[in-house]
Design a binder for this molecule. Sequence first.
Ligand SMILES: [Zn+2]
Length: 574
Amino acid sequence: MTPHAALHFFVDNVDKFDTLLRQHVDGKFLQLLFYHDEIVPGNVLHPDNTRRSVCFYISFLEWRSLLHSEFVWLPIALLRTQIIKGITGGLSHCLAKLFQSWTDNFHGRPVTLRDGTIRIFPVRLAGCIMDESAMHAMWCCKGASGRRPCMKCKNCVAKLAGATLGLDDGSYFRDICCPNITEFHRMTDEDVWQSMDHLEEQQRTISKKQFAELERNIGFTHSPDGLLAQHDLRNFVRPSTATFDLLHCFWNSGGIAPVEVGLFVQALLSDGMSWNQIQDCAAVDISSTHPVSLQSRKRLLSDPYFGSNVGWKASGSEHMMMMPLLHLWLMLHIHGTQRWERLQDKCYSFQLLCERLYTLCVLAWSQRSTFRDLLRSKQQAHYAQFLRAYGREHARPKHHYSLHAADAWTEFGCCLDTKTQERKHQMLKREIESSGQNLAGFEERMLRLILLTQVNELNKASESIGKAFLCESTFVKPNHWQSYTLKQNLVTWKVDNVVIQHDLLWAGRIKCFEQHGDTITVVLEKIESTRVIGFGLFEWCRADTELLRMMWNEMQVYRPAHWILSGNSLLTLW
Ligand SMILES: [Zn+2]
């Protein structure tokens, strides 16, 4: 499907969907975000390779405040991996064809809104969010295993190349172990295209062996059918739009958090700690934004989840749920003990990892540039300490990729990750698994199914797109309503939810929402901070029963991952 066909489909089938387009000025570019990921049906040990598929999604940067929701990521294509592999030029060739079919969309096509008005929107490809392997497939870059592992940086080389070259501060090149992102030079579109043109020229003149060597040094593979070789696409598809997905860099298996959790747990076990003692960290009586049972939390900290080279094998969202608990446990039960003394470098690295991850989370919620600047310093401090604790042998390309997070925020004005797609992927996986072995019209059937499911689910939730409203409100007096639940931009806020003000000035517990005319206010029990247990772990102390009534503004507060409320004290975790 083209972007405009997808927009038409959703406008036609989902109430209120055109709210998303109404605010946009006619004729102005819509900034397109592109994302694709592979779905592997079957289980990990017996993957079903015949129906393994890549699904492609789009969204728009203008929908920033809703990008946290899977519903605004529109599926536009699906293709079996087997078919992709059978095509010369593979995925990059398929994408070149896809983007070539979008040419008139890039220039601008009309979209008819629900009330019949016609708006014309050109689209501009603004960001291609993906993990490193998808990047490698899309842009034909050599990627993580190559000499030039990062297609965003001109002077980034692999560890081995770094060691061979004997890099020092005076060198132009830096290897992936350099913790300071400002020492890397940004690769521009022109740099990439020049390299591609150079490869094309050289291929005719030098030997095969020399050419392969040249490709390795440049960091790209020459692919005449690939995306970067298509001169007609250069106005629309720019390699600098390649953006690392935060979920894959930080949270998913092999990401920097699971890798370090794996190493740290190993260090604790070697230091004589038992699994039972480690599981204690999950045994806290907490309230959570996404509650998970104590038993499940403990299960995640057991032997089967560890011991592989991808680190801790919890899923991305399990990771996000558990890290604040590990952080609290580290600061309350390990910090200041003899164990901390013995494992000082590793404990400190883990503390910095937690602070860095918290900063990333709070940046995603609060959109404050202060947290971007803080992320820059935290990421550098953490990576330097990680290398002190575990050595260069444990540094991976993802440690470098994750350093791009702060700049990606500057570029897009938000944190782009694909954790929202986890659920959609599970759904699609189930559908593919139950679809039988008939492969006739497989792609069309699956794409239709995923579109219809999305339309159905979105229709139930679309009321909150672009506005806040009280759910099941009760009448107080004329023009005055009260409610315990509020929905806005596909997010539900409820009574007793704990919220934190974006500049960390205060926390509060929601008592109720009120509406007078068109004005929505929130009534909060306001609590001010008294103690910082660790950066991201705050203890707030309730003054008498100070109630705060303020205009509701979702951009002013965020919800912590977990909280513990006891007596007059409130502990918030991230
Ligand atoms: Zn880089």
